[in-house]
Ligand binder design. Structure first.
Ligand SMILES: C[S@@+](CC[C@H](N)C(=O)[O-])C[C@H]1O[C@@H](n2cnc3c(N)ncnc32)[C@H](O)[C@@H]1O
Length: 466
């Protein structure tokens, strides 16, 4: 493999899926960071484009991306590109032959694929494109079924389906390296999962979260609002040991009413462990337990390589924490309340996020990442609303729009220093390190927004992972 890293001046092209646009750059950057590599885009880089040229990488770096990315469809080693076929030809003829020839030997087999973006080419047009590449020194034999090498001609017709140009805006040619992990979205779809709930996180987004968190083999990952464990499923797929907590006894023990259509009660196999078993990662299951995120039970230590979670927003499930009568009515001085009767009380969104950041600062290893969703009432949103912590650096903040007035933002933070006594008090002096007040009105605004539009109850399902 070292040989593949020694070939000079290589440039690679990523072909990205045109969904979840905001999550793509942080995903690719995080995967490159796992290899200790920076993101160096080629000239004319556009974040919105489905094609990204990357510099400064070797083949192994790119294979690391495709082995994990659910945003990338495929990657090629780029041999030439241009605005027209004639520019492409000039570019290809200038490409160092020592980089090309190992894949064009007499005793090798190959095929050429023609891919287009935003336009469909008929078969004869594809053949014409392939024939036009006769200036390349292919020596091998064509094999359509089992080629050793696949070459790709990619034509980009822009991103506007209502305005498709006659000729491509840009053309690329190169050696196909690998496909990304889009297949995981289908194979892990919550539709076919043993155990699901009303707020089970969509498979694609779960894998994106795991990638933003830079999950690696043998990491220990924690989800404090674990629900049905969708995020644990994704992290275990990437080789991490996983654990979680939830305040809901029924969820943790796989009891109670099933969320499946036509099923009343959860069956024996409807639990988080069985979800991991379904995907062959049960050995990565550490455990889950009933616990209130507002009152963490963990010993004081940096325990987790990543904390990845989807906190409750109070839309499809209530935001509750445990409490006691003691919390509500203070007993008169000197009277000890002996029988502690836990009851639940409101868990304000601002407290949820303050607690989550505080917990992460204390329990992440240095360099470990916190990845979580922040619900947003869009008309009120500004960047200053994202909660901060002196020990956590904000890495990325990507929006998933849910409606004209609501969205949720995927926040990724990295631990940069150990908390000191003063850091716990930071919110008293710096409002950015304190509770995000905007969240306490989020729920009312969310519902009043729906009511203004005359929305029905079902519309409320557009948040919390559905
Ligand atoms: C949005 S759901 C998480 C869904 C989960 N990602 C999944 O895929 O199923 C939020 C979860 O937080 C739990 N929860 C609410 N308040 C909590 C608290 N105070 N402590 C711990 N968990 C809590 C709820 O029971 C719910 O399962």
């Amino acid at each position: 493999m070292a040989a593949t890293c020694s070939r000079s001046r290589l440039q690679f092209l990523l072909h990205l899926a045109q969904d979840n646009l905001d999550f793509r750059l942080p995903e690719i950057k995080a995967l490159l960071a796992l290899r200790g590599k920076p993101f160096l885009p080629g000239v004319n880089f556009s974040e919105q484009s489905p094609f990204w040229c990357l510099d400064g990488l070797c083949e192994e770096d790119v294979r690391t991306i495709t082995a994990r990315s659910v945003c990338a469809k495929s990657a090629i080693e780029l041999w030439g590109h241009g605005k027209t076929h004639s520019e492409l030809k000039t570019s290809l003829l200038n490409y160092p032959s020592e980089n090309m020839l190992p894949y064009m030997q007499k005793d090798s087999t190959y095929k050429i694929s023609v891919d287009t973006f935003n336009k469909t080419l008929l078969f004869p047009e594809r053949i014409k494109r392939i024939d036009a590449l006769e200036y390349l020194p292919f020596e091998g034999t064509v094999s359509l079924k089992t080629p050793e090498h696949i070459f790709v001609l990619l034509e980009d017709y822009g991103t506007d389906p209502n305005n498709i140009p006659e000729h491509p805006n840009y053309i690329y040619f190169g050696r196909w390296l690998a496909d990304g992990q889009r297949e995981l979205i289908r194979s892990h779809s919550v539709k076919n999962r043993h155990f699901i709930g009303n707020t089970s996180m969509d498979a694609g987004l779960s894998f994106i979260m795991a990638n933003h968190a830079k999950i690696k083999k043998d990491d220990l990952v924690f989800d404090p609002f674990v629900g049905t464990g969708s995020l644990l499923v994704a992290c275990s797929q990437f080789g991490a040991y996983v654990c979680g907590t939830d305040i809901d006894y029924n969820i943790i023990h796989g009891k109670g009413r099933s969320s499946r259509k036509n099923r009343t009660w959860r069956g024996p196999d409807e639990n988080i462990r069985a979800n991991l078993r379904q995907y062959g990662t049960e050995k990565m299951y550490v455990d889950v337990m009933v616990s209130d995120a507002a009152k963490p039970v963990w010993k004081k230590a940096a325990l987790f390589d990543a904390i990845i979670t989807d906190p409750p927003y109070g839309i499809r499930e209530s935001t509750r924490r445990t409490g006691s009568h003691k919390d509500i009515t203070k007993p008169p001085d000197g009277i000890y309340v002996e029988s502690h009767v836990p009851v639940s009380q409101a868990y304000h969104l601002s407290d949820i996020f303050t607690d989550l950041l505080h917990f992460s600062a204390h329990h992440l290893v240095m360099g470990g990442r916190l990845v979580y969703w922040l619900p947003i009432y869009r008309p009120d949103y500004c960047e200053e609303m994202v909660p901060l912590h002196p020990c956590l650096r904000l890495i990325s903040n990507s929006e998933q729009t849910l409606s004209s007035h609501t969205s949720r933002r995927l926040i990724t933070m990295e631990k940069i220093k150990e908390p000191e006594e003063l850091d716990s008090l930071a919110h008293l002096t710096d409002p950015r390190f304190g509770p995000y007040q905007g969240h306490d009105t989020f729920r009312e605004k969310y519902f009043s927004g729906l009511n203004k539009r005359g929305a029905k109850e079902e519309d409320k399902s557009d948040i919390n992972g559905e």
